[in-house]
Design a protein. Structure first.
Length: 220
């Protein structure tokens, strides 16, 4: 398919990347994106939960400023700056994922928790539940659809950002894109870009289905 696309563009197709190698890169890519998603979830969702706690109102401006600063650093720049400290491979890419996904995860978590009806919290408090119990047993279940939407956005960003790992030497679907640029071969470039996009769409579709299921369960 990539060779046909190159021929359609008027270029002479050259050697394509074997599908088994492309599949191995896709598995590495997904594993790296999954680890980055975990870091974003812990960091962004953790800060979002902290920002919505009754006693942490004064911390909200500092948390927003931190997330905005992280979002302002382009992923390519984050990877380049982290190389001297974190060396080559996955660590610089994970840092870029964390910085780039922190703000969306924070805002999505805050929006989901703030959408929980105040009556539900008040009823739980009247039953004698502690703040932690209210969070775990009331707020998080009711906010599940919004949290899944936040997770979907973070996962798509992680899949896209993981491709930059090739610049740091991590074997991802960005690797054939970088190799194609070096060798002036459009075929692996198209293969890597198309596979990255397909992986992002697949992950998004799966989480959309999970979000729809969570919304139905919340209404029942």
């Amino acid at each position: 398919m990539a060779s046909a696309a190159v021929a359609f563009l008027g270029e002479t197709p050259r050697r394509a990347l074997p599908l088994d190698h492309l599949g191995a890169l896709a598995r590495n890519h997904l594993a790296l994106a999954g680890l980055g998603l975990a870091l974003v979830g812990i960091g962004g969702a953790g800060l979002g939960i902290l920002a919505t706690r009754p006693g942490a109102t004064r911390l909200r401006p500092a948390i927003d400023t931190l997330a905005a600063f992280a979002q302002a650093v382009p992923p390519v720049v984050a990877v380049a700056l982290a190389l001297p400290v974190l060396s080559f491979g996955g660590p610089p890419t994970l840092l870029a994922m964390l910085l780039y996904g922190l703000m969306p995860a924070l805002r999505g978590t805050v929006a989901a928790l703030e959408a929980v009806p105040a009556d539900a919290r008040e009823a739980a408090a009247a039953l004698g539940l502690t703040h932690l119990q209210i969070l775990v047993k009331v707020e998080l279940p009711l906010a599940a659809p919004g949290l899944l939407d936040t997770l979907r956005t973070a996962l798509v960003l992680a899949v896209a950002t993981a491709a930059l790992g090739a610049l740091a030497g991590a074997p991802t679907l960005g690797t054939p894109v970088v190799a194609g640029l070096q060798n002036q071969n459009l075929v692996p470039m198209i293969q890597g870009a198309a596979a990255t996009a397909a992986l992002a769409f697949l992950c998004e579709a799966l989480l959309l289905a999970a979000a729809a299921l969570a919304a139905r369960l919340a209404r029942s």
